[in-house]
Design a protein around this ligand. Structure first.
Ligand code: ADP
Ligand code: MG
Length: 496
């Protein structure tokens, strides 16, 4: 199970507030350079570094970036919270001072978990079980390989598990519920608004009820009007328990959803907001569907799912020619040359691979294009995207990828028209959307997604491939504009 990367640090306090952090620092003596680390209450996976200098407190948010690195705004990225602290202990690099003395947790102060920390393990389990219909060992394996990707997905719907969440109830009903029983200031609930994917907060104060619309920006972050921004609804709620952020009062007691047991736990179909996710229905009955036996139903069960336990073990940018056996069998071809079958010898293992071989090495432009494709693929790590294992520069430039032995989806569909089940197609589409969601989060546009560029590991497991036309978008607000005639590299739409 994934644990917090800071869990081992003796100066990490978990989900404590700013004022609690200041309290700990005060008790530890307020020396210059005294510091501690805590979980960021706003952004998923982020931290805050709290530091003392000259008897004052400084709090620096550390963001977890899409590349899984950690960074204080405006400074350089680090591969983990420990490395980041190590760096700032040697060089203040813009902080009030360098980190000198860790404010250690005492034995009676355990790391405080966030509301989500205590829920996430069960939610992950439930999600994997329901969405992929897995149990036992197959489920444990799926959880291990999927946890990093799924954790964020689950965090964005975790509010549905909270006692204060009432789903889609009318405003008037929210008032009735809040007036039931005791009426303390700060009694609150969250409900869905009419417009799908939007939420409202209803809170009691002085025996009156105030309704606030929760805003969501383009990046999917939630906030109160003018307030701070949060990755998820539950982080916003937790924060509003500490700070009013423009409201009449801070939040106190939850107006408990007594019907909570009746809300389908996960996943429900009503979510449609940009951060939300609706998995495919398990069974689509268009024609009579033969139930697929549970033990061969899903990708995790297939040989080849997540073929290496830790992809970074094997992912090497430079592959030596003597590690590579190239078969004469051609898997496909294109402008650049052809894709051949092969075997990569890596760390005492032999992996089946697909090798994109550049046709003519002296074509400088082609070489550059392949390097660009490799560079993009190198940054991607998702079960639903073909992984690049490395580049080999020998008799020609070769891009080595994991093998998707069942070939392109378009061919599979046309040659299996009569036997393919709607349910299978829905499952494959689900996987492609998970891959695309991942790309979107990493700010990549594929620009050539088509059935011919979705490859199958087997008939239940799809991966997006062909990053020859992909682009990484630079700034957060730089959007790819379709049909822009300033971009000659945009291809004309090709049919399947
Ligand atoms: P192009 O840029 O010419 O479209 P692709 O990356 O789509 O090149 O590869 C061309 C063909 O090679 C694919 O349609 C597929 O048949 C085969 N191929 C490519 N990558 C793989 C792979 N990882 N596993 C198996 N076959 C592959
Ligand atoms: Mg292609």
């Amino acid at each position: 199970m994934s644990t917090d990367p800071a869990a081992e640090l003796p100066f990490f306090y978990g989900s404590i507030s700013r004022s609690e952090a200041e309290q700990h620092l005060k008790l530890a003596g307020m020396a210059d350079g005294l510091f501690l680390l805590r979980q960021c209450l706003r952004s998923l996976g982020g931290y805050v570094l709290s530091l003392v200098w000259n008897l004052e407190f400084y709090h620096y948010p550390i963001e977890k970036q899409l590349s899984d690195t950690y960074c204080i705004a405006g400074s350089i990225p680090h591969c983990g919270p420990a490395e980041l602290c190590e760096f700032y202990s040697k060089d203040p690099d813009g902080l009030a001072c360098a980190l000198k003395k860790p404010c250690l947790r005492s034995s009676d102060t355990p790391i405080r978990p966030s509301v989500f920390d205590s829920l996430k393990e069960n939610m992950l389990r439930e999600y994997v079980k329901q969405t992929w219909n897995l149990e036992g060992e197959a489920m444990e394996q799926a959880i291990i390989s999927q946890a990093p990707q799924l954790e964020k997905l689950i965090a964005t719907t975790a509010h549905e598990k909270m006692s204060w969440y009432h789903g889609k109830i009318p405003r008037r009903e929210s008032e009735r519920l809040l007036y039931c029983g005791a009426q303390p200031d700060g009694k609150f609930l969250i409900r869905d608004r009419e417009e799908p994917g939007t939420f409202a907060l209803s809170v009691m104060y002085g025996r009156s009820i105030y309704h606030y619309q929760i805003l969501q920006d383009k990046l999917g972050k939630y906030s109160m009007p003018e307030g701070s921004k949060f990755d998820t609804i539950w982080q916003l709620v937790e924060y509003l328990k500490i700070k009013p952020d423009g409201m009449v009062t801070i939040l106190a007691d939850a107006c408990v959803n007594r019907a909570a047991g009746m809300i389908p736990s996960l996943p429900a179909t009503r979510r449609t907001g940009p951060n939300s996710y609706t998995p495919p229905p398990r069974v689509v009955t268009v024609k009579e569907v033969t139930p697929v036996p549970a033990d061969d139903a899903l990708p995790m069960d297939c040989i080849g799912f997540n073929p290496y336990h830790n992809p970074n073990d094997i992912k090497k940018f430079n592959i030596q020619r003597n590690q590579l056996f190239i078969d004469e069998v051609e898997l496909g071809s294109g402008n650049f040359g052809c894709v051949k079958k092969g075997v990569l010898a890596a760390d005492k293992r032999q992996l089946d691979v697909a090798i994109k071989v550049l046709k003519s090495d002296n074509e400088k432009l082609m070489k550059e294009e392949m390097m660009r494709e490799a560079e993009i693929m190198h940054q991607l790590n998702n079960p639903f995207i073909v992984r690049m294992l490395g580049l080999c520069n020998a008799e020609s430039l070769m891009l080595v990828m994991e093998m998707a032995a069942s070939g392109p989806l378009n061919k599979f569909l046309s040659s299996n028209k009569d036997t393919v089940l709607v349910e299978e197609i829905v499952n494959l589409m689900h996987q492609v959307s998970m891959g695309m969601k991942y790309l979107e989060e990493k700010n990549f546009v594929h620009r050539d997604l088509a059935a011919r560029n979705v490859l199958l590991v087997n008939r239940k497991f799809a991966k997006i491939s062909d990053f020859g036309l992909s682009k990484a978008l630079g700034a957060e607000n730089e959007y790819y504009k379709q049909g822009s005639n300033h971009d000659p590299s945009v291809p004309k739409p090709k049919s399947l």
